[in-house]
Design a protein around this ligand. Sequence first.
Ligand SMILES: [Zn+2]
Length: 445
Amino acid sequence: MEIEIATIGGYEEVGRNMTAVRVDDDIVVFDMGLNLSQVLIHDDVRTEQMHSLDLIDMGAIPDDRVMSELEGDVKAIVPTHGHLDHIGAIGKLAHRYDAPVVGSPFTIELVRQEIDDESKFDVDNDLVKMEAGETMEIGDEVDMEFVHVTHSIVGAVSPVLHTPEGAIVYGLDKRIDHNPVLEDPFDMERFEELGDEGVLCYIEDCTNAGRKGRTPSESLAREHLRDTLTSFEDYTGGIVATTFSSHVERVYSLVEFAKEIGRKPILLGRSMEKYTNTARDLGYPIPDDLEIYGHRRSRERAFKRIMNEGKGNFLPVVTGHQGEPRAMLTRMARDETPFQFDEGDKVVFSARVIPEPTNEGQRYAAEKLLKMQGARIYDEVHVSGHLREEGHYQMLEAVRPDNIIPAHQSLSGVAPYVDLAESQGYTTGEDLHISRNGNVVQLTE
Ligand SMILES: [Zn+2]
């Protein structure tokens, strides 16, 4: 049985993830992501109207031309979760494959919206929802299972291909969270069982492999947020919070603590509307009466109401945690909305700056503008969605793979993981495969 893995995108950068696994004639593609920073450095690029090849040349989406080297048929395109670096290229690439897109219900809803927004290509791949714990048939001898994992977005899974040669576990992106806010705990038991059954290859998310210790649970970010917001309980001026709009659990906590300190939460921004409404439609506990305004006019009205009725009655939760020029917080900082900051008003960033020069520059500018208006900044009320060192040790102990392929980082970002895996007995070039975009790793012949 021939098994090979094409490492297509995300092996030289954080972003544009894509990996294909071929088991004889059956191919499964994991993730088709967008590298947003490669888009943002160009002014006013509208990706919806752009051709795939131009986006490939920009380094924005995976260069999937290596797929022609794989002899077989693509049976499924499988995004692990709804972050753009995992689903953002589906609108540009999926139509080239006669295969369904298979994902968790939350992920598939976001994929559906991506495809609706796509204006260059007609994407008519079937969209198939599969829950964690379920299995589907891929070929005569290959099945695919979804294992529930915890990450900074709900509905994340690790897909596992069961082949006669052993399992192939695609492990992007996750942290081991035993106490998440809305979801079930990380399914470590299943990973241990997979290790007992035999894992041929494990593809691992190396994002935070260079950070010591373990990634804290979302419940810790929640407590940090509660502590920060309740410390403002007697403050009667303006408080504004910003976070990842796709981080449903975090938004949920913000809404809850706004009420706890006697303020009405109001979500502002197009992506806040998109993710929060999607979560509510799928049954996540977003209150029915929560006010969410995505469009410009309704946002303007909401800001005017906040100013008229008194900033002390509200907690606006807005987009713009990375200082994105067009996001709500940045517009507020530039004084382009009716919201007026007063000396001492609070701005809570429930996010970390994504360590990348474009983000760092934009975030610096946004903070500077906010401070010039008198705002006080509360930074990094946040925990990461990616495993650190200790989580990687735990995963290797559980999964015990025959082969490892590190992913989701540049070469320098992969290096700490390589050290860690070597300390656990793996050998680079033998069973630890450091790959680059466009390579094919042959596992069995
Ligand atoms: Zn992610």
